[in-house]
Design a protein around this ligand. Structure first.
Ligand code: PEP
Ligand code: MG
Length: 594
């Protein structure tokens, strides 16, 4: 996060959430934490009524959330599960139950008890080494905030009342707040907190409102009615811009809007290079609800279904039936396109309490993903049965995460074989030709790729983890984020080796890490010879459009030069210059930083 001041205008940079440039007046929304004015002990004879006061506040919040959910605009209806999750949090025993217990046992007022429960939950979330999960604490805070306001008798400003063309500026916005935004009026929003995977970010994307989150000091620096420029593609926010800056951004806004509509119109065209090479573009999804968007954005299948979110969303473990229904629906909606379902990739600390796994010093290196499944064959078998049963209803492929060597493949396939045998015996249908692949995301798997390729039908390279493990940098640690370099020559050489080994064995090789959605990486990935790329659905039209302007032959020739460069920054510079030349619209529309 950076901020600098020139004579008048001030600039901030945060996390871009939804691309688009908006210029307008700031509207500060007070979503700062409610101050707890009173912490007091409650007399014995008042304890029961204090507990009832808390219960009544929770019921009021429940009604508010249900009302917001029922009035959600059509385009965000598919995200109503976020409000469902808030309704679940509201009644969760860790929040609701423990607050009531505290009021009764410690004889303290409801606000104080609720604050203690929240702090306890925050401590638990802090120990979870997963960006997605740790971001969920903001959902708990949003819910707590609503209860606090209700207890204090101040309902807070409803965002649906805002009827001017403004840019909302808030410390944080809950997903419920975001849903209430008056889409026709609100031009964009900026917040102090939040990350790329926060639910507020997900909502901004669903509503297609330009937004920047994680600005840290926005509410401290911005006053009501200040003129703002928000660039949702780069994460730049400019306060009190001067004349020249305004003109520049007006031009950029126009270009970007034109560009977005033109690529959206072409999203169903294939990603085919000028010299006729076709690259299937598939999507990464976390939830069934995203599948409709995949089709809309022209996705040609699901390259990665991250199934662990279904486990994290339901409390406890989902049943085989629930999993089967979910997978079947994804496969049916996507048919005839393929769906690669990745088996559980639960991390070491995730679910530690439910599974009684002892705490690990290095969860990323601990009992996660395939290691966890091989250690818990019964849990693994439930998922494999559900996947196999669903395979009778579409074109499903199965994929094991975090494979580090051949033994894990043999062990996983052995369990898969047992499950297939059970289904055979019971006469339950499944696709007997189901393809089985592995994620290549551990350096040892890269080195062993030649042998591993003999045992599987496809490779999918997970660069998010591969970069983490190869460069020894924690992918969720902001202090080493600058070292997270997809263009590091070691990473490019690793991908190159995996592709070569896959081709030699005659199996398919795709890439599903975030690299595939970075406009700068596309020509390099083409040059590397990947068979398919998988990315978040919204980026598909952009990536397809870039590929349509590149030549495979040229990408290959240039890759020969790129692979000889000794540092990540030299690679980046080279690619940046070439991309500016070959796809000039990317620089004009702000997808390439200036
Ligand atoms: C990866 O590691 O690149 C990947 C796609 O999987 P995840 O981000 O879920 O770990
Ligand atoms: Mg991974």
């Amino acid at each position: 996060m950076t901020s600098d001041s020139t004579a008048e205008e001030r600039r901030l940079r945060g996390v871009p959430v939804y691309p688009g440039v908006v210029i307008g007046k700031a509207h500060l929304v007070d979503r700062s934490r409610v101050k707890i004015m009173y912490q007091y002990l409650v007399n014995d004879d008042r304890v029961q009524s204090e507990a009832r006061r808390f219960e009544t506040a929770v019921r009021t919040v429940e009604k508010q959330l249900l009302a917001i959910k029922n009035e959600m605009p059509g385009r965000v209806k598919e995200h109503s599960f976020i409000l469902d999750s808030h309704l679940l949090i509201l009644k969760d025993s860790m929040l609701y139950g423990s607050t009531l217990d505290r009021i009764l046992a410690e004889k303290i007022n409801a606000e104080w008890a609720l604050k203690k429960s929240l702090e306890n939950l925050k401590e638990i979330f802090r120990q979870i080494d997963d960006e997605y999960i740790s971001n969920r604490i903001s959902d708990v805070e949003n819910v707590t905030e609503r209860i606090m306001r209700t207890l204090a008798g101040e309902p807070g400003q409803s965002l649906s009342d805002i009827d001017q063309r403004v840019i909302i500026t808030a410390h944080d916005l809950s997903p419920a707040d975001t849903t209430e935004l008056n889409i026709g009026k609100v031009m964009g929003f900026i917040t102090d907190v939040g990350g790329r995977t926060s639910h507020t970010a997900i909502m901004a994307q669903a509503l297609e409102i330009p937004a920047v989150v994680g600005l840290e000091k926005a509410t401290a620096l911005v006053d009501d009615n200040d003129l703002l420029i928000v660039d949702g593609s780069t994460g730049d926010v400019i306060i009190d811009p001067d004349e020249e800056t305004i003109i520049r951004y007006q031009e950029k806004a126009l270009q970007l809007e034109k560009y977005k509509s033109s690529i959206a119109r072409k999203s169903h065209l294939p990603a085919q290079t000028v010299d006729g090479h076709r690259v299937p573009i598939t999507a990464n999804i976390e939830f069934l609800e995203e599948v409709a968007a995949v089709r809309e954005y022209g996705g040609e299948g699901i390259g990665l279904y991250r199934t662990e979110f279904l486990y994290l969303r339901s409390r406890g473990f989902p049943t085989e039936e629930e999993l089967f229904e979910d997978y079947r629906e994804v496969a049916e909606i996507m048919y005839p396109f393929p769906v690669s379902i990745r088996t559980l990739d639960l991390g070491g600390d995730k679910f530690a309490s439910a599974l009684d796994i002892s705490k690990e010093m290095n969860p990323a290196l601990g009992l996660r993903a395939i290691r966890f499944c091989l250690n818990e064959p019964e849990i693994f078998k439930v998922q494999l049965r559900a996947i196999l049963r669903a395979s009778a209803h579409g074109k499903i492929q199965l994929m094991f995460p975090m494979i580090s060597g051949l033994q894990e493949i043999i062990a996983a396939k052995q369990i898969l074989g047992e499950v297939k045998q059970e289904l055979e015996e019971k006469g339950i249908e499944y696709d007997r030709e189901i393809k089985v692949g592995i994620m290549i995301e551990v350096p040892s798997a890269v080195i062993m790729a030649e042998i591993l390729a003999q045992h599987v039908d496809f490779f999918s390279i997970g660069t998010n983890d591969l970069i983490q493990y190869a460069l020894a940098i924690d992918r969720v640690n902001e202090h080493v984020a600058y070292m997270y370099q997809p263009f590091h020559p070691a990473i490019l050489k690793m991908i190159q080796h995996v592709v070569e080994m896959a081709k030699k064995a005659g199996i398919a090789v795709s890439l599903c890490g975030e690299m595939a959605s970075d406009p700068l990486c596309i020509s390099v990935l083409l040059g590397l010879g990947l068979d398919a790329l998988s990315m978040n659905a919204r980026t598909i039209p952009l990536v397809k459009n870039i590929i349509r302007q590149l030549s495979m032959e040229q990408a290959r020739t240039e890759f020969e030069k790129v692979i000889c460069l000794p540092t990540a920054s030299e690679v980046r510079e080279f690619i940046q210059d070439r991309t500016r030349e070959l796809v000039p619209e990317l620089a004009q529309t702000g997808y390439l930083s200036e």
